[in-house]
Design a protein around this ligand. Structure first.
Ligand code: ADP
Length: 534
């Protein structure tokens, strides 16, 4: 449009009047302005683009700060992406989010007066808001802070700024898209470098297009020297026939292949590697090469073997514990018969009998623990849930501990209206027995053990506290591990298998609950169990 007008004026320029000259000069400058704005293209870094625009606009309006704000969908706010200023520091200026949104909604430039004292102090009395709108919606805005007069917002200036808004929207969108695709490319590079497999791509002429760090390690070559080289020049000789036939079959059959092969290393060890291939296509859908992904199978076989061994060990423990139960029941039966005539035995024999009974009882507990543990680990422990009265469960355990409570006082605090919880009663008792038994066992004679139960929301909260030995902080993370016992001379003298807490935690988790511990060495411990009521 301007070009045409300038052409007309140029034709008439041979015989110009003063008025025509002025109009001509006005159009010429305007056209130059548009040309300069349009020359700002997206290949410029954002900073350079902003700086140049600041300069160009400065020749038209009295602008002191140019701020480019970007709409952040995550923060649901406009954030400053770049700012150029004579004074004051651009970050101090804040434009109302609603005003920017208004300009974006109406797709038009607006001039908003500013009475912010900091602005006025710096001679700024208003801000032009130039909406930046991309193909997929709002991108942000260009804010032009400055000292403006009434004439500044003339039709012509508004027209020019609307042009700038449209043009810069395109530039800004391209910059954002370029940054985004650069970030995606960097992320993809990072992922390819991190995957545990060796990755290599060759083109249709068998030249290496790309490879990752693991390929360098696995096939012992340097990437800088390998790129663009024929793979037969780079890969270990022993693998070349395998790679050749895989690449050829992939290209000719146009399909994916999975293959396993042995790869002898220089030190004599033999790696088992799995190779998967697939055809690489370009944007036009034409085959451009082959992608090869190689993984070290020895490692996963090792893990598999360890898993199998672990399973065998669990089976073994289960079978042995089961087999031990029968002779042990006989030993316990016989010793009970002997206990009936204990008073007839000499002191020495009576003492031997006591040791025999004690040891057999200990063995019975150990076998019961081992069997429970193996049932839990092999998923053979099944819950038979019924509505359980917690008070009843606690009372039963206290009754069982009656002869073995080390003179401890057991204080129980359960609200009258405590609802029953949906649980496996026997397993729950096993849990109580362990925690209450431990609290007594690891307390000095005559200590106090508290059992406090309450409901919190839909959970029953059971707290078992003692003022006993307590545990060192650094050992707390391990106390629920199998066979773990706190490392101290005092604990060592107290009998235990180190399996109780581990079993109890498993049972609690099977019920959908949790267990936590707070403990201070020498002061005592509190175990908190949370179980769902329903
Ligand atoms: P154990 O059969 O040894 O008692 P547990 O699995 O029940 O096995 O407990 C593991 C270890 O945690 C115990 O050996 C003990 O060192 C420590 N422990 C458990 N409960 C307490 C407690 N209430 N006070 C102090 N130490 C405790």
């Amino acid at each position: 449009m301007f070009k045409e007008r300038i052409d007309i004026l140029e034709r008439e320029a041979d015989n110009p009047t003063l008025f025509q000259n002025e109009i001509y000069e006005g159009f010429r400058q305007q056209a130059k302005f548009y040309e300069r704005v349009a020359s700002l293209h997206s290949s410029l870094p954002l900073e350079d683009m902003g700086r140049q625009l600041f300069k160009i606009l400065g020749e038209v309006i009295n602008i002191s700060t140019l701020e480019l704000v970007k709409w952040s969908a995550t923060d649901r706010a406009f954030v400053t992406a770049a700012a150029y200023s004579d004074q004051p520091p651009a970050s101090e200026l804040k434009c109302n989010k609603n005003l920017i949104n208004w300009s974006l909604k109406n797709k038009t430039v607006s001039l908003v007066p500013s009475d912010d004292p900091r602005c006025l102090q710096s001679g700024i009395n208003g801000v032009f808001i130039l909406p930046l709108i991309g193909s997929e919606g709002k991108l942000g805005a260009l804010l032009l802070w400055g000292n403006y007069t009434l004439e500044t917002s003339s039709w012509l200036v508004m027209h020019m700024l609307n042009f700038v808004a449209k043009d810069i929207s395109g530039v800004f969108e391209n910059i954002i898209l370029r940054r985004r695709s650069r970030n995606i490319a960097e992320l993809m590079d990072g992922i390819i470098e991190c995957v545990p497999q060796a990755i290599m791509a060759v083109d249709m002429d068998n030249r290496i297009l790309a490879c990752n760090r693991n390929a360098e390690f696995m096939f012992d070559f340097k990437r800088v020297f390998a790129l663009d080289e024929h793979y037969t020049e780079v890969l270990p000789e022993k693998l070349i026939p395998v790679f050749s036939s895989l690449i050829m079959s992939t290209i000719s059959g146009k399909h994916e292949i999975d293959y396993e092969t042995e790869y002898p290393l220089a030190d004599g060890t033999v790696l088992m590697i799995g190779i998967s291939t697939s055809l690489l296509y370009n944007r036009e859908g034409n085959a451009m090469g082959v992608l090869l992904i190689c993984r070290d199978l020895s490692l996963s076989r090792e893990v598999q073997k360890l898993r199998e061994l672990d399973q065998m060990k669990d089976e073994f423990v289960h079978t042995v514990s089961h087999e031990l139960k029968t002779p042990l029941t006989s030993i316990l039966g016989c010793s009970e018969t002997l206990l009936e005539i204990r008073h007839e035995l000499s002191d020495d024999f009576a003492e031997i009998l006591d040791i025999l009974v004690d040891s057999a009882e200990h063995l019975k507990e150990l076998i019961a623990d081992l069997l429970d543990m193996s049932r839990l680990q092999t998923g053979r422990m099944v819950l038979e849930k019924t509505p359980c009265d917690l008070r009843h469960g606690v009372d039963e355990i206290i009754g069982m501990l009656e002869n073995n409570k080390n003179d401890c006082t057991l204080v129980v605090n359960i609200p009258e209206d405590m609802p029953p919880i949906d649980a496996d009663y026997d397993k729950l008792k096993r849990v109580f027995q362990n925690f209450i038994g431990n609290a007594v066992k690891y307390s000095p004679a005559g200590g106090e053990v508290r059992i406090d139960i309450e409901t919190a929301g839909d959970m029953a909260v059971i707290k078992i506290s003692d003022h006993g030995l307590g545990m060192p902080k650094d050992q707390l993370p391990f106390i629920f591990d199998k066979f773990f016992r706190v490392d101290s001379s005092t604990t060592a003298s107290i009998e235990g298998t180190g399996l109780g807490l581990s079993i109890a935690k498993h049972i609690i988790e099977l019920h959908g609950g949790t267990v936590d511990v707070v403990s201070t060495l020498g002061k005592g411990s509190t175990f908190t169990i949370k179980l769902p009521v329903q």
